[in-house]
Design a protein around this ligand. Structure first.
Ligand SMILES: [Zn+2]
Length: 746
């Protein structure tokens, strides 16, 4: 490592003299000069290289030159001098800069491509070009070059000889095209649980004269047919920053794990039955195109007229930082949070939400999340808020919760931090907010999600570098973060509540397939201690107080619960073994799901874990349909009721679910899930609401699908409702309700 000494007086004097001609032009520096910690009486005026181009890089089209106004003042803007001779660009280096306080930090985060901020050791790691080194020097910063990290910059990203797919040199990371191809194929293969949808366009796609660009896609994972009163909402966005290779692949792996596990893994199965998981794997496809060529590309590819820096100067080139462009409190938190300089790595764009990628993601979030937070900045979202949002970034091994734009606590800070510590348990990352472990930013996607909707929002900074090696990715990123993301899915419906409760783990059954009536022993562990913040505080735990299970529905969908006992006889510890004997008498043949959950002494329920139980045999089911009497009137503006009659003709209990579809008028069936013992019959009303506007002769077709669990069959009942009479129009009179008897059609 090369160590730079502080300035000698002679060098300082020379530099100051060279700068002086440009200082008159440095209008924009004046208001921020007082923020700089380093300048002293001996060095009162920072000479920023950005007098011609705020990042110190030439405002020239390729090939690039590096104009350093502090060394060779050039009052003519390079933008207007595109014919300048083009010397070879000087190479950037990665440096480590000690800082003492927030005042010293902010100019660094505001002007440099900051890779790391280590607040414990007081050190920033940044990528700088020579002009920026001189700027640092003039400001009085000291630094050392990290030779090892610098060497990785120069390494060409060559395609391995055996590599047939993926980013050159990084075979484990799918390209944008490959990501889209494989995830759209998942949806094509499993349409009942996966949908591939177009949520908007990239900058290039909507801008004439630019390359073709790309759609932005979301993969929606949920059981399309599950009847659930309220699905949990989890939105996962990756690769907003193009060069953060690992993030898109992690999102794709998560999608694949969920799809592969559906129907096989009981936990994944309930997660897709009771949640919607929305994955935007490539949020910045244009920028990613540059990053896949090996450029350290962070932003999108928007080309503001005022930054004509070459792509080879990336990340100090054109583009808008999509994680500074969101509309919530855009550009409000001061220097270092975002930049108005179009060549800056953290350029916030010309206006809030100016970028098509940000518009697409924000509109999509609005379509998924309900606004659950009040209108005031200090309003907390309710504790039963539904929704988790995670934006995957790299790097730093951090789980960051909102607020991003201030060190002050978000109104839901305690709950946000607690769920963050659950994620930390799995990925072992530091759990903190930007102001205490990184640096404050504004216009972030996560502050938008929390600010607008009140949902639980996090930035994961995965791994240890942007162009993370595949070996590190596979060994230290994938599994750890998949476990965190699975927990996020488990918590999605009530993130602020369930994270306080114990996890229910190690669920085991004495038998997973039995004849009806045969008992099963269930054992599990309830654990209230699974939090980790890596030095950022300790979450309190409570003793486990209750454990229970429900059958075929989670506890929030059924009132029938069954208690489990502590294995050692007493609930008196933060982690307890629990057990119970399950009576399967009267259960229907087929596969059932047990939901096992536990509660701590403070009254917090954790999320359930699931197990499958299969009951042998098959049930019979005969379907009969009640006809309405031929003389009954069907009157517009009223409700008409059909009756479905179902008989179990088999020797085993039958379970079935009803799914109703109606051609034009609203129709409902009273009980969506029915269990029927052998030789018994049930009559189910099917009601159709006929609008007042329906005239005589108009017809509605209602279809009821009746699905039995075992054998897995769907039978269909079709009910026609034909209007026979219009309502009486006597003044003040309402037509008398017409009742007619249920008549079995046998
Ligand atoms: Zn990022």
């Amino acid at each position: 490592m090369q160590r730079h000494k502080l300035l000698t007086p002679r060098r300082l004097l020379t530099a100051l003299l060279l700068c002086i001609a440009l200082l008159a032009l440095a209008e924009r520096l004046k208001p921020v000069a007082h923020l700089y910690a380093a300048p002293t009486a001996q060095n009162p005026i920072p000479c920023r290289p950005d007098l011609t181009s705020p990042t110190g890089l030439p405002a020239l089209q390729s090939p690039a030159i590096f104009t350093d106004p502090c060394v060779s003042p050039n009052p003519q803007s390079p933008i207007s001098d595109p014919q300048s001779p083009a010397p070879n660009p000087q190479s950037p280096v990665v440096i480590r800069i000690p800082f003492t306080d927030e005042t010293a930090l902010r100019p660094l985060t505001g002007n440099l491509d900051v890779w790391e901020v280590n607040r414990q050791t007081g050190e920033v790691v940044a990528l700088v070009y020579p002009a920026q080194e001189r700027w640092l020097q003039l400001l009085g910063y000291a630094w050392i070059v990290d030779a090892e990290m610098t060497a990785t910059l120069a390494r060409p990203a060559a395609r391995n000889a055996e590599q047939t797919s993926g980013i050159p040199g990084y075979a484990c990371y799918r390209t944008v095209g490959e990501t889209f191809a494989s995830l759209s194929q998942l949806a094509a293969d499993k349409p009942e649980i996966a949908q591939w949808i177009d949520i908007g366009d990239s900058y290039d796609k909507v801008t004439p004269g630019e390359p073709a660009g790309s759609d932005i896609h979301a993969l929606v994972l949920t059981n399309q047919n599950s009847r659930v009163t309220e699905k949990g909402k989890f939105v996962l966005v990756a690769a907003i920053h193009a060069r953060e290779y690992a993030t898109a692949e992690l999102a794709a792996r998560f999608a694949e794990k969920l799809v592969a596990g559906y129907g096989v893994d009981p936990d994944i199965t309930w997660l897709l039955d009771y949640n919607e998981i929305h994955i935007v794997p490539q949020a910045n496809p244009d920028g990613r195109g540059w990053a896949e060529q090996g450029y350290s590309w962070r932003k999108n590819t928007d080309r503001p007229a005022t930054c004509a820096s070459s792509p080879s100067n990336a990340p100090y080139s054109f583009g808008v930082d999509l994680n500074r462009n969101s509309t919530f409190l855009w550009g409000t938190c001061g220097e270092g949070c975002s930049s108005s300089d179009p060549c800056s790595v953290i350029y916030r764009g010309s206006s809030p939400g100016s970028e098509p990628e940000v518009q697409a993601i924000q509109a999509y979030m609005r379509s998924v999340f309900a606004d659950q937070r009040g209108p005031n900045y200090t309003d907390a979202a309710p504790l039963d808020t539904n929704g988790v949002f995670i934006s995957l970034h790299s790097y730093g091994n951090l789980v960051i919760y909102s607020w991003d734009h201030t060190g002050s606590d978000a109104p839901n800070m305690e709950q946000l931090r607690r769920l963050g510590r659950k994620f930390g348990y799995h990925n072992r990352y530091s759990v903190c907010n930007t102001s205490n472990c990184l640096y404050a930013v504004d216009g972030s996607t996560t502050d938008f999600a929390y600010g607008e909707f009140g949902v639980a929002t996090y930035t994961f900074e995965v791994g240890t570098s942007f162009f993370q090696s595949c070996s590190y990715f596979e060994s230290f990123i994938v599994q750890q973060n998949l476990d965190s993301l699975l927990y996020a899915a488990k918590a999605a419906r009530r993130p602020y509540q369930v994270a306080a409760g114990p996890d229910t783990l190690a669920v085991a059954l004495s038998a997973s397939q039995v004849d009806v009536g045969q008992p099963i022993t269930l054992t599990a562990t309830a654990n209230d201690t699974r939090y980790f913040a890596n030095g950022y505080g300790v979450e309190p735990s409570q003793n486990v107080a209750v454990a229970r299970y429900t059958i075929d529905k989670p506890s929030w969908e059924t009132s029938t619960t069954h208690l489990l006992s502590p294995t050692d006889g007493t609930f008196n510890a933060t982690s307890e073994g629990v057990r119970g004997l399950i009576d399967t008498a009267g259960w229907c043949p087929g596969q059932h799901t047990l939901f096992i959950e536990s509660q701590d002494a403070a009254g917090n329920w954790g999320p359930p874990s699931a197990a499958f139980v299969k009951i042998n045999g098959e049930s019979g089911l005969e379907l009969e349909l009640e006809q309405m009497p031929a003389s009954a009137d069907v009157i517009s503006g009223e409700t008409f009721t059909h009756t479905l009659t179902l008989t179990n003709t088999g020797t085993l209990p039958a379970c079935f679910t009803l799914v109703i579809r109606s051609s034009q008028w609203p129709a409902t069936v009273t009980d969506a899930t029915v269990s029927l013992q052998p030789d018994s019959t049930v009559s189910l009303p099917v009601t159709v609401n006929i609008p007042l506007t329906a005239s005589i002769g108009m017809t509605n077709v209602t279809v009821v699908d009746i699905s039995t669990l075992q054998p897995p069959l769907v039978r269909t009942a079709t009910l026609q409702t034909v209007v026979t009479k219009e309502p009486t129009s006597e003044p003040g009179g309402t037509p008398a309700p017409i009742f007619f008897p249920w008549i079995r059609n046998e």
